[in-house]
Design a protein around this ligand. Structure first.
Ligand SMILES: [Fe+2]
Length: 186
């Protein structure tokens, strides 16, 4: 029997790590290699993870969350030419590429953070995240993701808490408006 690594094993490891530390750097150091190990195993992938949401531009499939919405794992696909607005997560995030190249833009906040519903951002860096690559974002980190290829992309997303339960935000770069960001989740 070959040594395989299942989604259930990943969830068990995630629970263990979550029970032992709240330190985000330690979570990234321990969980990151396991997320890459899981995306290297394609046996857990199901056809429904490729079902997308045309209105949203991407499809979000919940694989696991605890009863209190902590430790949430999703398979997220991105339609060609579509993406997200700039957003934060309200928690830590570990993203591992499964298929395709996802364009990431990371932002920094440059205003005084003293006006509710308002934020000024500037680009910190831009990079492509390929299949088999890892992206770790601390709580408060802001980024956007777009699929600039001709094919659907797919990635594994793990968060400290289900992102519809973190009061996280999306950001409008033209109006500098900061507002709620909720996902349609299957
Ligand atoms: Fe994100």
């Amino acid at each position: 029997m070959s040594a395989s690594y299942s989604l259930q094993q990943y969830v068990d490891d995630l629970r263990l790590i979550g029970s032992e530390t709240d330190d985000e750097d330690e979570i990234f150091r321990r969980l990151g290699p396991l997320a890459l190990k899981l995306v290297g195993e394609r046996s857990w992938l199901q056809p429904k993870y490729y079902e997308s949401d045309e209105s949203q531009g991407f499809g979000v499939h919940l694989l696991h969350e605890e009863a209190d919405h902590s430790l949430a794992v999703f398979a997220v696909n991105w339609l060609p030419g579509r993406g997200t607005p700039p957003h934060d997560h309200g928690t830590w995030a570990v993203v591992a590429g499964i298929e395709g190249v996802e364009r990431n833009v990371r932002y920094r906040r440059v205003d005084a953070n003293d006006r509710p519903g308002y934020a000024e951002l500037e680009v910190k860096k831009e990079f492509d995240a390929d299949a088999g690559e890892l992206l770790c974002i601390r709580s408060g980190g802001i980024h956007k993701v777009t699929n600039e290829t001709d094919s659907m992309t797919l990635s594994l997303h793990t968060y400290g808490r289900h992102v519809n339960f973190t009061n996280r935000s999306q950001y409008d770069l033209d109006s500098n408006e900061r507002k709620e960001f909720k996902l349609n989740v299957d």
